[in-house]
Design a protein. Structure first.
Length: 397
């Protein structure tokens, strides 16, 4: 491959490009000297920058500014929500000794729920169907005894793009007095967010929508008690301590405003690109199996596909060699490849899961990106299947 070979970045679900307006907002805010909590003139100027950013974020999300807790990103916000709400719920009612999480959720919530077992909680993991949707009967059984203090489910799955019916999930959980959190990190701009009051807590992050890495927010009704996540000055409702970051807040506000303002048209554009990608993949490899049917509830920016017989990790590297940057649906650790917990929970056969790949689109995606990926796929797939055959032979022995 030569230096002039075009490249296609198709991993926007991992992180997307920094938006120009977010960069400009950050640089402008960073030029303002002062700690936002200081009372002198410099501090007041910094506070004004921060307040403008918070007001913009709150307005775009349709909530009062008092509902916002700025964080370092989605993982911290998820931890604050799951851990903080669970601990507070148990303090108010000792019978609330369980936390419920969806089996396909991001480790930021799923691992946090399991980690709470060290604090005496029971982690209840709600199963899903082949389309990644929560099973109503199983969910009802897990909630029935009223022991769950906090239930969490991602609005849009980061790996497959499956959209969860959060409104139904919330209604079912709240009927048992359970607090509800949704991780909307992957959803912003790709599917409608919950209406105000539909959930108690919601997580967003900046780097999925064009803000820098290092900023996110927990949208939390102030009436929902949260145990502190850190000790210190108690700058944000006593829940999160630390000097408030005006530049990152300004960048998040700028990126969020642009993302939501153009969500309808951009979503349609990305769905069109995704449909072209799906059609191209199906033409190249009729045996390819798309994880979600085209009419399944899903975000329009993710195409998750399994290539039977292919080694996913090899396919990832071979596509990268040919200019297409994607993610694999399996992970390799200490020389052993394991399938993702998401695909396992959805009941995908192991041989399919090992050959799965996620293509994800974003605001910079173009027709050329699709062309590059489709041009790279045939040879990469042939070689990845050769690796898969060798690996399968080793496993059989």
């Amino acid at each position: 491959m030569t230096a002039s070979t075009p490249r296609a970045y198709l991993d926007h679900a991992a992180t997307t490009a920094l938006r120009p307006e977010a960069r400009e907002a950050y640089l402008e805010a960073a030029s303002v000297l002062g700690n936002p909590t200081s009372v002198h003139a410099a501090g007041r100027r910094a506070r004004a920058v921060l307040d403008d950013a918070i007001e913009s974020i709150a307005s775009d999300l349709g909530v009062p500014r008092s509902w916002l807790i700025l964080t370092s990103g989605g993982t911290e916000a998820d931890n604050l929500a799951v851990r903080g709400a669970a601990l507070s719920a148990r303090t108010a009612d000792p019978s609330r000794r369980a936390v419920l999480a969806c089996a396909t959720d991001h480790p930021a919530t799923l691992a946090t729920a399991r980690a709470l077992q060290a604090d005496g909680f029971e982690a209840r993991i709600a199963p899903v169907d082949r389309a990644g949707r929560l099973l109503p009967d199983a969910l009802a059984e897990l909630l029935a005894d009223g022991a769950v203090g906090l239930a969490t489910a991602a609005l849009l799955n980061n790996e497959t793009g499956a959209v969860q019916d959060v409104a139904a999930f919330s209604a079912r959980a709240r009927a048992h007095g359970t607090l509800v959190h949704t991780d909307a990190v992957q959803a912003v701009g790709h599917t409608p967010l919950p209406a105000r009051g539909e959930v108690d807590l919601m997580t967003i992050t900046g780097h999925k929508i064009g803000a820098p890495v290092g900023v996110g927010a927990l949208v939390a009704d102030p009436d929902v008690p949260l145990a502190p996540g850190t000790s210190g000055g108690g700058q944000q409702r006593g829940v999160r301590s630390g000097t408030l970051d005006a530049p990152h807040a300004a960048a998040l506000a700028a990126a969020l405003h642009r993302t939501l303002a153009e969500a309808e048209t951009e979503s349609a554009r990305l769905r069109s690109l995704a449909a072209r990608l799906r059609a191209g993949i199906a033409a190249i490899d009729p045996s390819a199996r798309f994880t979600l049917a085209e009419d399944a509830p899903q975000g329009g920016h993710i195409v998750h596909v399994a290539f039977p017989g292919a080694d996913g990790q090899s396919l990832l590297f071979l596509l990268d060699e040919r200019g297409a940057e994607v993610s694999a649906g399996s992970a390799c650790s200490a020389g052993v490849t394991s399938i993702s917990h998401v695909l396992e929970a959805m009941g995908m056969p192991e041989d399919e899961a090992r050959g799965s790949v996620r293509f994800s689109l974003g605001w910079t995606s173009t027709e050329q990106d699709i062309d590059v990926a489709l041009a790279a796929l045939p040879e990469a797939l042939e070689r990845a299947r050769a690796v898969g055959a060798l690996a399968s032979g080793r496993r059989l022995r």
